[in-house]
Design a protein around this ligand. Structure first.
Ligand SMILES: O=C(O)CCC(=O)C(=O)O
Ligand SMILES: [Fe+2]
Length: 367
């Protein structure tokens, strides 16, 4: 009698994942794909000259919109140059931002976000923790302010009900210049953002003015951010943990230090280094939803290991708070039916903030 033993030494493939913050919580993940498993995805971020956005020729605006739409579909991130925002305006607001952050923390804590009704104002270093694997959280301090209708170049007429949906800012009383510079910056960015929305509408196959009525009092906000340098080997903190933005889209000004990375479909981090004279634009979850997932809301993070102080200013843009937003009919078909129900921006934000606030409270911040 004889017996045969077969020993299997086959290597078990252990998948590797990149984790990120999505829909109010940490824990969404993307598998790292290499070799034969790798998908077709981006390895760099396109730079688009958007001067045509100001053209009086529709065909030029359409060709730009198509270029932008391709970047939104394939990457979800792109740089814009020749955007029309004067560099002096950007420099002035950056200067006042640095002056604001240079104050002692206890002075800035007078505008702590938890003293405001809706998380506007100052958030200190380690005040946020997107990546729960970093016990200290985000090595950044920030100041967040929201749209104020009187500062809109096209001041909207709002009902009391509409007014009640707006966020309230918490401005530093001792720095009137800071508020002035913030407003000047916001005013210019609102004009550009409305143009960008027209370009997105065209790129999604809709009428150029499809979104116009939904952005008469847009829910915009600007976050001024200071990232002190961090120890490159530290795993206990990061600059800003990996996440997607939950607004429609973001136009980010970053200084010359660098540290922003963008995640591609294979779970690989692609750097988005500073390019002079540009903003980095990225699609957020709400426009992804509105486009029936045609445009991508792409995961990104920041780690400032440069040894220098880094400053950035994302300008976040969403529709009017009471806008009832449906998936664009041009993004749906019989073979690609609508994936999301219509929702108002206020409700969308309420649901997201509820989840996020619960998480922050669990950490014991702001009580
Ligand atoms: O500072 C940056 O470069 C990015 C900031 C960011 O992603 C955010 O605030 O959502
Ligand atoms: Fe972001």
């Amino acid at each position: 009698m004889s017996s045969t033993t077969i020993t299997q030494t086959e290597k078990v493939h252990e998948p590797e994942y990149v984790y990120y913050f999505y829909d109010g919580a940490w824990g969404a993940k993307r598998e790292v794909l290499t070799g034969a498993q790798a998908k077709e995805t981006f390895s760099q971020i396109p730079i688009i000259d958007i001067s045509r956005i100001y053209s009086d020729k529709l065909e030029e605006r359409v060709s730009l919109a198509q270029e932008i739409a391709t970047a939104c579909e394939k990457v979800g991130f792109f740089y814009i140059k020749e955007h029309g925002i004067p560099q002096e305006l950007i420099d002035a607001t950056m200067d006042s931002t640095k002056k604001y952050f240079a104050q002692p923390t206890e002075v800035k804590m007078k505008e702590h976000i938890y003293l405001s009704r809706n998380l506007r104002g100052y958030e200190p270093v380690h005040g946020a923790q997107l990546d729960t694997a970093t016990p200290l959280g985000d090595r950044k301090e920030s100041f967040l302010y929201n749209y104020e209708p009187e500062n809109d170049p096209q001041v909207p007429t709002l009902t009391e009900a509409q007014r009640s949906l707006l966020s309230h800012n918490l401005w530093p009383e001792n720095q009137p210049e800071f508020k002035k510079e913030c407003f000047a910056y916001d005013k210019a960015m609102i004009v550009l953002a409305r143009k960008m929305m027209q370009s997105f509408a065209l790129g999604l196959g809709a009428d150029e003015h499809y979104f116009d009525d939904m952005i008469t009092a847009p829910n915009t906000s600007v976050k001024k951010i200071h990232y002190p340098p961090q120890d490159p080997s530290s795993t206990s903190e990061t600059g800003i943990g990996a996440h997607t933005d939950f607004v429609c889209f973001t136009m980010l000004y970053q200084d010359s230090v660098g540290g922003l990375d963008v995640l591609n479909a294979n779970g690989k981090w692609i750097p988005a280094p500073p390019v002079p004279g540009t903003f980095v634009v990225n699609i957020g979850d709400f426009l992804m939803r509105t486009s029936n997932d045609k445009f991508l809301s792409t995961v990104h993070r920041v780690k400032n290991i440069s040894g220098q102080e880094r400053y950035s200013m994302p300008f976040f843009f969403s529709f009017n708070m009471d806008a009832y937003v449906e998936v664009l009919p041009t993004c749906c078909s019989e073979t690609n039916p609508r994936k999301y129900e219509p929702i108002t921006v206020a409700e969308y934000y309420r649901l997201r903030h509820e989840k996020q606030r619960k998480k922050f409270m669990e950490r014991g911040i702001g009580q």
